[in-house]
Write a protein of this length. Structure first.
Length: 89
């Protein structure tokens, strides 16, 4: 996570258990949460302030290729190579 205003890296988010590539990212409405899609079927939820993983969204059968948060911050949509779009609320 990079702060454009101060021109410096704030934190690196990684999980030693993950060896998959990142396919998509999206911040929560508050900016504290970061949703990261991987090509192994999972979406990890990161707490940017604490720099730790706070959740995992599992439910696709193939690579999650993209994701988006809703404008009101109450939903997340994920799309996968399994031809499914899932809405997480």
């Amino acid at each position: 996570v990079y702060d454009l205003r101060s021109d410096r890296e704030l934190v690196r988010l990684y999980d030693d258990e993950m060896d998959s590539c990142v396919t998509s990212v999206s911040f929560s409405q508050s900016g504290r949460g970061l949703f990261v899609a991987y090509d192994d079927t999972n979406v990890l939820v990161w707490d940017v302030l604490k720099a730790n993983r706070c959740g995992i969204l599992a439910g696709h059968d193939a690579r999650v290729s993209c994701l988006a948060t809703s404008p009101d911050g109450f939903g997340l949509a994920t799309a996968s190579w399994d031809s499914m779009i899932k809405i997480w609320a």
